[in-house]
Write a new protein. Structure first.
Length: 526
RNA sequence: GCCAGAGUAGCUCAGGGGUAGAGCAGAGGACUCAUAAGCCUUUGGUCGCAGGUUCAAUUCCUGCCUCUGGCACCA
């Protein structure tokens, strides 16, 4: 079986409801997944939830639920959210899944047997009320701890540690030898700078089950559960293992799995892309590669780090109330408008700034007046002048269109989603200029110009058809609507359709209908 | 505090030793197929501040100011 393009999102921690940051990461990942599929690759797109830990245990307790029941309820919301975003994920992992737990335990068993762990004592200040250790940073200027922590006592706790330290130089060498491993480049420099200027400390990988019961028990010491690293990060390999990826079956020979899914033998690992936020870069660029090396697995091809959103130039925060509810935006403006704004507004990497005015401006200028109006005027002219029948093929805009197609292809393969949208819209401008220069509405008044009018109309409809194919990974519903209006039955989900001349003479289109109705028109009384 | 990066048109940003660029916003115009859309033209800048190197600096160097990111909690 040939290896699929395997991409993942971060798995989100289930305390609370999904917000713009979650939606953003999932949408850009989905666009990448759809792009690769359109370009002919098999794709496995994974997203999911991180469910263990103190906060969830506490929140469940407060609601009088078991942690599992609490997570089950929230997981439903998050799956619904994924559907609302039209994510094309193949699976949805939850860290409380038995299939995930068994992989985590197999990993822990293997690394323990091979001497990657040791026990050690940690002495620190412990807040019983918050059930957490405090650090020097938690002290107030006078040296005391904030009363919210209650009684703070010095406590000694024994835990398991993973030997990170030994692999520091290897990691530096690996990152330097693989320039693509961390993108964008400034994030790579950040990691290298950190690794060269600091000595790694070994990683504490457990919590005593006595104070954190909602976790995965260590197979070799039931007094402990594994802490976040060997739980959440492992999701990236636990799902491939569940589908019987031979690389994982070999690396984890003691793993017992569900035979029905395992028999599929999907070839997924190594991941081609981990899409993450900048806040979890260290875990993915430092801990995870070393964990994989210890397990005996290849590293992912690339870690793609995106930025955060601000609103009106300020940090998004619930307390100040400047929040964006993605579902409200989707209900108000349509899913495709949301997907368009977040992919078009910024490149993957820098922080973005959400403004309602900017959103409305892009909607009107680019979606309604841009792609929507081009399709509308092209189909309207074909209807008026040729009774919706496509004339014989003509190639006047072919060269420009094919140049755009080639550029977009390269940009999609480089995950340059913003650039691809910009390229695609330049073709819209070209087509609008073409209409202006050739003035088909004038030619229509002169029967002697019938052939020239045919030529122009063919070029316009064909450009619209190609635009639908190019835009499908970003705006799947819109692309399908364009095809439907042109009267094409097959889906626009295949990049190979973006070849000039695909529209046959004599084809009959449907009637035009606005793809993105102008909002000012909508809201004004008739 | 330490380590990076950035300050260029109203906004978002590109560029780079020799007449400052794009998109959007603003202004004007010709048209009418279209969602009053589209097209053409066009106004805006001491290129953060102060020095230095150079025939020539927005670009290179130094200092300063401001902002952002990282310095192991958090999409």
């Amino acid at each position: 079986m040939t290896k699929s393009f395997y991409l993942t999102t971060a798995i989100d921690y289930v305390n609370g409801q999904p917000h713009l940051g979650h939606a953003y990461e999932k949408v850009i990942s989905d666009v990448i997944a759809r792009s690769r599929r359109s370009l002919g690759q098999e794709v496995f797109f994974l997203t999911g939830l991180d469910e263990h830990g103190q906060k969830v245990q506490q929140a469940a307790h407060n609601e009088g639920k078991t942690p599992q029941a609490y997570c089950d309820a929230l997981a439903l919301d998050w799956r619904t959210f994924a559907r609302e975003l039209q994510l094309s994920n193949q699976d949805f992992v939850r860290t409380s899944d038995p299939r995930h737990k068994s992989v985590v335990q197999a990993v822990l068993t293997k690394l323990n047997n091979e001497g990657h762990f040791y026990r050690s004592k940690y002495k620190g200040f412990y807040s019983t009320r918050q059930e957490t250790f405090l650090t020097e940073k938690d002290r107030r200027p006078d040296g005391s701890f904030d009363p919210i922590y209650g009684d703070v006592t010095e406590l000694v706790e024994e835990n398991y540690y993973f030997k990170l330290k030994d692999h520091q130089q290897w990691l530096i060498d690996t990152i330097e030898a693989n320039p693509e491993f961390i993108a964008p480049i400034n994030r790579r420099n950040e990691v290298l700078g950190f690794l060269k200027n600091n000595e790694l400390e070994d990683l504490c990988i457990t919590r005593p089950a006595a104070r954190l019961s909602w976790g995965i028990p260590l197979p070799f010491d039931p007094e402990y559960v594994t802490y976040v690293w060997f739980d959440a990060l492992v999701n990236y390999i636990s799902i491939p293992a569940a589908y019987g990826d031979p690389k994982l079956i070999t690396a984890l020979p003691d793993l017992k799995l569900d035979a029905s899914t395992q028999s599929q033998g999907l070839a997924l690992w190594p991941a081609d892309l981990h899409v993450i936020g900048k806040d979890i870069l260290k875990f993915h660029a430092v801990y995870w590669p070393i964990m994989l090396k210890a397990i005996g697995l290849a590293l992912p091809k690339q870690i793609l780090v995106h930025g955060w959103w601000q609103k009106d130039g300020e940090k998004i925060s619930k307390s100040t109330g400047n929040i964006i509810d993605p579902l409200a935006v989707i209900n108000n403006w349509s899913l495709d408008a949301f997907r368009y704004y977040v992919t078009r507004e910024l490149a993957i990497g820098p922080d973005g700034n959400w403004t309602d005015a900017g959103f409305a401006a892009r909607y009107t200028a680019e979606l309604a007046n841009g792609i929507g109006n081009l399709l509308n005027r092209s189909l309207a002219m074909l209807r008026s002048y040729r009774q919706k029948v496509v004339p014989p093929r003509h190639d006047e805009l072919s060269h420009g269109a094919m140049t755009t197609v080639a550029t977009v292809r390269t940009q999609l393969l480089n995950q340059d989603l913003q650039g691809a949208l910009q390229s695609l819209f330049s073709l819209i401008t070209t087509a609008n200029q073409f209409i202006d220069q050739t003035a088909p509405f004038k030619l229509a008044k002169d029967p002697a110009q019938a052939q020239r009018l045919d030529e122009i109309l063919y070029n316009l409809i064909e450009v619209c058809r190609i635009l639908a194919v190019l835009i499908w990974p970003f705006l799947p519903t819109t692309a399908e609507k364009i095809f439907a209006q042109i009267g094409i039955v097959n889906p626009p989900a295949d990049f190979n359709l973006a070849v000039w001349g695909g529209l046959p003479a004599g084809h009959v289109t449907n009637d035009p209908a606005p793809l993105f109705p102008r909002r000012d028109t909508l809201s004004s009384p008739a």
